[in-house]
Every structure is written in structure tokens, then in C-alpha cells.
Ligand binder design. Structure first.
Ligand SMILES: *C/C=C(C)/C=C/C=C(C)/C=C/C1=C(C)CCCC1(C)C
Length: 245
């Protein structure tokens, strides 16, 4: 018989992992509806950016719905679908950085650098979880992934993105600064989940043990996908952005 992971299996009220998948689905859906409906209320030049915010939360909503069912049916972490979601949504976040700095002269190479680094970060993270998740050497993959992550942080804080943002109007510069904090602090939630959920821990030292990897990832996604989108939305709505960007 086919195992229908989309069936509405009941969530026991002490199953916090499944509960956060459930709440995550709702939050991502609500955010998508909001971003899509607000498209007509922002100035034309910001529409693509707000549309991309909506696509990010929409893609996540569909994955969360699926991951909730998968987790309820199997009791396991939906590693594969988690990474499919990220491989689609993280490059779209790179697109956001590109779109908002484009007016200050961002070149397409910048977008490719960001996307390439995020693919390295995610593919090595996936290998570490899916193949070496139960082995001590998972830390090696987490480490390589972190190098790519720090390169993204570098590009945004000190590299091309930062330079372009400083040549933009005040509104764009401010938004890029807030998004840079998301990448530095918000994205740092994910390695905590990885350390908690794989055998390798931090260089083989197990810290955060007992923490649920999925709950940590679900919190990270809510902060980063919805919060990130709202920063873009606020930029699109700010009065200054129409004059100075
Ligand atoms: C919407 C999804 C987002 C913003 C996902 C971001 C994911 C990361 C920043 C993941 C980073 C990782 C490391 C830096 C090391 C360990 C492995 C990862 C993939 C969890």
C-alpha cells in the first residue's frame, strides 16, 4: 500500500517537533498571502523584490506541509525535503540582495558568487546530515559548509554587497544593514541545529545535545524567511526609498 505522507495524521499535544512543522506551515502560508496581496500597494520598482519574498515563504509553506506529514508518519527528520526547500529558497535570498543593490550598480557576477557559495554551504551540509549524520566525521562537512557561510557573511558585511550598499540611498543602505544582521545572527541558528542533530557536534565535541534539530531549523526558517521578507517589504514601503534609492 502506498504511504500517503500528506494524510492528516493527528498531532499528539506533546509532539513539539510536529507542532512546529504545523505552525510553520501556517506562518509561511499567511506570510505568502500577505506579500502577494501587498504587491499592488508598493511602488513598481520594488514589486519584484516583494514578489520574491512571497515566493520564498510560499515555497517554504509547501515544503512545511509536506515535512509535517513526513515527520508524523515516520517520526524522522525530513532531511531531504528540508534541503530541497533550502536549495530553492536560499538562492532566492541571494537574488534579493542582488535586486536591492542593483540600482547602485551590482553586477550579475555578484549574484553568481552568492549563489555558488550558498550551494557549497547547502550541499556539504546535506552530505554531513544525510550520509555522515551518525558518524563523528559529520563535523568535517559542517566545517566546510561553515567556510562557505562565512564567505557569504564576508561578501555582505565587507565585500561587494557592503560597498554597493554604501553607494545607495539611505533607505537601501539601512535595509542592507538589517539583512546583513539576519545573515550573521539569524543564519547562525542553523549550525546550532546541525551540531545538535549530527553525531560530529562541534569539531567532535557534542554540545546542544538534547536539542531537537528540527525545532531549531523551524525557528531559524520562521525568523529568516518571514523576517527577511518583512525587511524588504518595509524598504518598499518606506517613504525615503522612493526618493533616495
Ligand atoms: C530559508 C532557509 C535558510 C535561510 C537556510 C539557511 C541555512 C544555513 C545558513 C545553513 C548553514 C549550515 C552551516 C553554516 C553549517 C552546518 C550545516 C548547515 C547547512 C546547517
Amino acid at each position: 500500500m502506498m504511504n500517503n505522507v500528506l494524510a492528516m495524521a493527528p498531532i499528539a499535544n506533546n509532539n513539539y517537533v510536529a507542532f512546529t512543522f504545523f505552525v510553520g506551515t501556517m506562518a509561511m502560508m499567511a506570510a505568502s498571502v500577505f506579500f502577494f496581496f501587498e504587491l499592488s500597494n508598493v511602488e513598481k520598482k520594488w514589486r519584484t523584490s516583494v514578489l520574491v519574498s512571497g515566493l520564498i515563504t510560499f515555497i517554504a509553506a509547501v515544503h512545511y506541509y509536506y515535512m509535517r506529514g513526513y515527520n508524523l508518519d515516520t517520526g524522522e527528520s525530513p532531511v531531504f525535503f528540508r534541503y530541497v526547500d533550502w536549495i530553492l529558497t536560499v538562492p532566492l535570498m541571494c537574488v534579493e540582495f542582488y535586486l536591492i543593490t542593483k540600482k547602485a550598480g551590482a553586477k550579475i557576477e555578484l549574484l553568481w558568487k552568492l549563489i555558488f557559495a550558498s550551494l557549497v554551504m547547502l550541499v556539504t551540509g546535506y552530505i554531513g546530515e544525510a550520509i555522515y549524520g551518525n558518524e563523528t566525521q559529520s563535523w568535517v562537512w559542517g566545517f566546510i559548509s561553515s567556510v562557505a557561510y562565512f564567505y557569504i557573511v564576508y561578501l555582505i558585511w565587507f565585500g561587494d554587497v557592503a560597498k554597493l550598499a554604501s553607494n545607495s540611498g539611505a533607505a537601501v543602505a539601512k535595509a542592507v544593514k538589517i539583512l546583513a544582521w539576519f545573515v550573521l545572527v539569524g543564519w547562525a541558528i542553523y549550525p546550532i541545529g546541525y551540531i545538535a542533530g549530527t553525531a560530529g557536534g562541534l569539531f567532535g565535541v557534542r554540545i546542544f545535545e538534547g536539542l531537537s534539530m528540527d525545532i531549531v531549523y523551524n525557528i531559524g526558517d520562521a525568523v529568516n524567511k518571514i523576517g527577511f521578507g518583512l525587511v524588504i517589504y518595509a524598504l518598499a514601503k518606506s517613504e525615503e526609498s522612493s526618493k533616495l534609492a
